[in-house]
Write a protein that binds this ligand. Structure first.
Ligand code: HGY
Ligand code: MN
Ligand code: MN
Ligand code: MN
Length: 410
């Protein structure tokens, strides 16, 4: 689509990156924090022509609807998230949202009104770093009964998701509220790969066939706080030492499987009271487990549970499941639509599965869904150094435009 305007697109992408920008690089724009709400407000200000309408649902998912000629038909949806890791990159999520914005503006420039309505969506709390689980907004959209479990979830400072959701409502008065969940004709998400496959293979675009499964756990270890100077080693209930032994035991167990497809990460560790001269009485740490096969995830979970239960000694142990998502297979017809749009751009491309999870995994439960990737430089993501060449970013917008227009033409 020649009306795609690279300068305008890059300008919007760079503008979005200013919300929560960290001096020296990176973006700190966690879900529903002030910087994300300001970014939402800016997005709303960008589209106010009469054929556009903004909506927000009860999970604070934000929708920009572009009326279709046959407006009663179910919409084609595209989008992603704008929340980031505590200090993330400028493209994770943001790319798919701004690619959708550029698509809408290019359609305006071309004077094209698609048959089906189009909806650009900004999903709430995809990263799951402030509120767990991840992809909360899209998960609730796919099954609105889940919202009741999400509303009381608190962040590290004790703020409930419900309070943050309500603040989002105040921040974007232009968005009419609407019910959670609705029929969607098809969903297509553009995203950075966040891994090395495309760049290593010399590919500019990726046709994504699915997403691996993921399980998150929180393990807490309880001991007894005591004086570091007076308490003999043999008399300690040291939660931190016990947690450290458990973490290395679990890490060795994962490594011992020698499965190149297995992902096992302990990313967060909190210690109480966290004083240099007090023996820790409580430690919590998280596990992020991923694999393309559900059976391996189940096996690993059983091993983790057995290892925790087998722990003896003076401390107590508890394991809590935070997130559980089986592997996702995308819709064959939408994958082929993406493949056709990609080949129309002439960009070198390949098919691949996603190592990262995305909101598309929940949309796949309720409508035909697929994704489109652009490369990540050196495979880096969830890191301020996250980057992608402009030519690749723009090629992705062109492919997204082609695929969405095809999907929106009955
Ligand atoms: O964790 C993930 O896979 C996603 O980037 N939030
Ligand atoms: Mn993402
Ligand atoms: Mn991410
Ligand atoms: Mn995602």
């Amino acid at each position: 689509m020649q009306q795609v305007n690279p300068a305008r697109f890059m300008d919007m992408l760079q503008r979005l990156a200013t919300f929560g920008a960290v001096p020296g690089g990176g973006v700190a724009r966690e879900a529903l924090t002030i910087s994300e709400l300001e970014a939402r407000r800016w997005l709303c200000s960008r589209f106010s022509a009469p054929h556009y309408r903004w909506y927000m649902d009860d999970a604070a998912n934000l929708f920009l609807r572009r009326a279709g000629l046959a407006d009663a038909l179910t919409p084609v949806m595209t989008g992603s998230h704008i929340d980031t890791q505590p200090v993330g990159g400028w493209l994770d999520g943001a790319y798919g949202v701004v690619a959708g914005m550029e698509l809408f503006l290019a359609l305006d420039d071309a004077g094209i009104r698609t048959q089906r309505p189009l909806e650009l969506v900004i999903w709430t709390n995809e990263e799951g770093s402030r509120f767990s689980p991840g992809a909360m907004g899209s998960s609730a959209f796919a099954d609105p009964t889940r919202l009741a479990d999400f509303l009381p979830v608190t962040d590290a400072g004790g703020e409930r998701f419900e309070q943050a959701r309500d603040a989002a409502r105040q921040a974007t008065p232009a968005a009419t509220s609407r019910a959670l969940g609705r029929p969607v004709h098809a969903y297509l998400e553009a995203h950075i790969e966040q891994g090395p496959v495309l760049e290593d293979g010399g590919f500019q675009l990726g046709i994504v066939t699915g997403i691996q499964g993921v399980r998150w756990f929180e393990i807490s270890v309880t001991g007894v706080s005591a004086h570091a100077g007076t308490t003999p080693l043999a008399a300690r209930h040291d939660a931190l030492m016990s947690a450290a032994q458990l973490i290395s035991r679990l890490g060795e167990m994962a490594a011992a499987r020698q499965d190149p497809a297995l992902r096992f990460t302990v990313g967060r560790l909190e210690v109480s009271p966290g004083s240099i001269n007090t023996i820790a009485d409580r430690v919590t740490f998280t596990i992020d487990l991923r694999h393309p096969e559900e059976a391996v995830l189940a096996e690993m979970e059983a091993l983790i549970r057995q290892t925790v239960e087998a722990k003896t000694g003076a401390c107590g142990y508890a394991l809590r499941s935070l997130m559980r998502r089986p592997p996702t297979r995308f819709d064959k017809a939408v994958i082929e639509t993406v493949a056709a749009a990609v080949s129309a751009t002439g960009a070198p491309a390949c098919r691949l599965g996603s190592g990262a999870f995305h909101d598309a995994m929940y949309l796949a439960d309720v409508c035909p869904t697929a994704m489109l990737f652009v490369p990540s430089h050196k495979g880096i993501s969830h890191n301020p150094a996250e980057d992608t060449a402009e030519a690749d970013l723009v090629a992705g917008v062109r492919a997204l435009a082609g695929a969405v227009i095809t999907l929106a033409t009955p």
